[in-house]
Write a protein that binds this ligand. Structure first.
Ligand SMILES: Cc1cc2nc3c(=O)[nH]c(=O)nc-3n(C[C@H](O)[C@H](O)[C@H](O)COP(=O)(O)O)c2cc1C
Length: 480
């Protein structure tokens, strides 16, 4: 799918101005015409530790299993809730390009005391649930995904127009990256509630859309997570169709579409479930430098870390220590995946400046361009966002998209972009837990940024994140 990525590359010579139509900004909240949200109890904060969940892949079940609707409200708050009520839209648990929050979260819960049973849509504005399809749906969902039923099933969608309104044809990139950010939170939140998450990115699109009640072109399912063991009574194989009218209120007076976004999504469509690919393992290199084991300084709760996370850009000229770098990267990246992590490092006390690849399976650095400081060049390539040049670490997530598609098929682009977003959210959270700042960067002149990060021919930058010490932030949340 390099064609969509290439078609939507920013080029300094060809940038047209785009005036935002503030009068028709799409609503960041989804409401239904005929269904009111059912209130949920005050979320009960989990005490599960952040690092315990973040340093293992996939995050293992930690803490007592989710018991009731207050726990479920806590889980939803961690995944996709409002973590700060400021302004008309509030601030959310997941970082989002332009704060446009294109993603929605749906869930089918079985046997959660006090919570509606059936498929629900989470309303972050009220913390309540829209009940869309009452009943026991675990067998039906498991069957459609070619897997076993689970106690909780989640669907992450993206409404393209929220992002298109600002980013036009580039919006699909942000919808996928944002979905990855939300996915990271959701997986960690499930683990913290004692339910091991199983993430499914190779689902059949139509079946998933019908199950979540989003069977139109404007909203698309991006990721599915099942969590917990099969319930005692998982329900029938064919529960019929939702009995309720699922029509949503329009997001605004104007709803736009873009043919490139629709084509890019359709290109990755699947009709039958596809298992997770066996991602390649990089060959060992002569000059690989092992990093020390990750050693977090304390164990703040996931709850505290998610609530303290924000995009912080006021980086100061200071480097990272090897142990902090090892801890950040171990939390951000699984052993294998569809993209490669390239680092631009400032000099630190025990770290040499330069461009490196990170090898997550061996937890080692591979020098690419040692001794060179490319951060200012990258900052210029990121539409002149100067603060990137002061960050101790810039994580550049990239892939050879043509090769990826040749080897793993058309769904690989979605997988790579979602994996990049997931790594991004985890880097944000790990940075927060270490008292560092972090900010995602989706706006870059693609070719210039690839050059600044010394990507090989065919390499495309998917997403970058700047991270490091910042001014005026009180530091890591304390251990509970
Ligand atoms: C995919 C993605 C791309 C982003 N790109 C940029 C960027 O280029 N420049 C920037 O200043 N912030 C960028 N951000 C940060 C968002 O502006 C920020 O997440 C949003 O305003 C919400 O604020 P919060 O992260 O504090 O919740 C990006 C975030 C994401 C998730």
């Amino acid at each position: 799918m390099s064609s969509y990525h290439d078609e939507t590359a920013y080029d300094p010579a060809g940038m047209e101005g785009h005036v935002l139509d503030w009068a028709n900004q799409p609503s960041p909240f989804k409401f239904y015409k005929k269904i009111a949200p059912l209130p949920m109890p005050e979320p009960r904060p989990t005490t599960a530790g952040f690092w315990e969940a973040a340093l293992a892949w996939p995050p293992p079940a930690a803490g007592p299993a989710l018991a009731d609707s207050a726990d479920l409200a806590g889980l939803l708050q961690l995944a996709a809730g409002l973590t700060k009520r400021s302004g008309p839209q509030g601030l959310r648990a997941w970082a989002s390009a332009g704060a446009l929050h294109p993603c929605e979260l749906y869930l089918a819960a079985c046997d959660v005391d006090g919570a509606p049973q059936g498929l629900c849509h989470f309303d972050p504005a009220s913390g309540g649930l829209h009940l869309l399809w009452p009943g026991r749906l675990a067998t039906h969902i498991g069957r459609a995904l070619a897997g076993p039923p689970a106690r909780l099933g989640f669907f992450i969608s993206a409404i393209h127009w929220r992002s298109l309104w600002k980013y036009r044809q580039r919006a699909y990139r942000y919808c996928l990256l944002d979905a990855g950010h939300l996915l990271a939170n959701l997986e960690l939140a499930c683990a913290a509630h004692g339910l091991a998450p199983r993430t499914i990115l190779g689902f059949p699109d139509t079946a998933a859309g019908v199950m979540a009640g989003v069977a139109d072109r404007d909203e698309a399912i991006m990721a599915i997570v099942q969590a917990g063991p099969p319930p005692a009574d998982p329900g029938p194989e064919q529960p019929g169709l939702p009995p309720l009218d699922l029509a949503a209120k329009p997001l605004g007076a104007v709803i736009g579409r873009d043919r490139r976004v629709l084509a890019a999504h359709a290109h990755g469509e699947l009709f039958v479930a596809q298992p997770e690919p066996d991602w390649p393992e990089p060959e060992p290199g002569e000059h690989d430098q092992p990093l020390p084991p990750p050693t977090p300084p304390g164990e703040p709760s996931l709850w505290a870390v998610v609530h303290a996370r924000r995009s912080r850009r006021n980086f100061v000229h200071a480097g990272l220590e090897r142990r902090a770098l090892a801890t950040l990267l171990a939390a951000a990246l699984p052993a294998r995946g569809p993209m490669t992590a390239r680092l631009l490092l400032a000099p630190g006390r025990d770290l040499a400046m330069g461009v490196y690849d990170y090898l997550p399976d061996r937890r080692a650095l591979r020098p690419v361009v040692p001794g060179v400081d490319s951060r200012a060049a990258l900052a210029q390539a990121c539409l002149g966002q100067g603060w990137i040049g002061r960050a101790a670490l810039t994580l550049c997530l990239w892939a050879d998209l043509e090769k990826l598609e040749r080897d793993f098929g058309p769904r690989a682009y979605r997988r790579a972009m979602i994996a990049a977003g997931r790594a991004g959210q985890r880097l944000y959270l790990a940075a927060t837990a270490l008292g560092l700042g972090c900010c995602g960067v989706g706006a870059f002149y693609d070719e210039r940024a690839a050059r600044a990060a010394a990507l090989p021919p065919g390499g495309r930058l998917l997403y970058a994140l700047a991270c490091g010490p910042v001014k005026g932030w009180p530091g890591a949340p304390s251990a509970d």
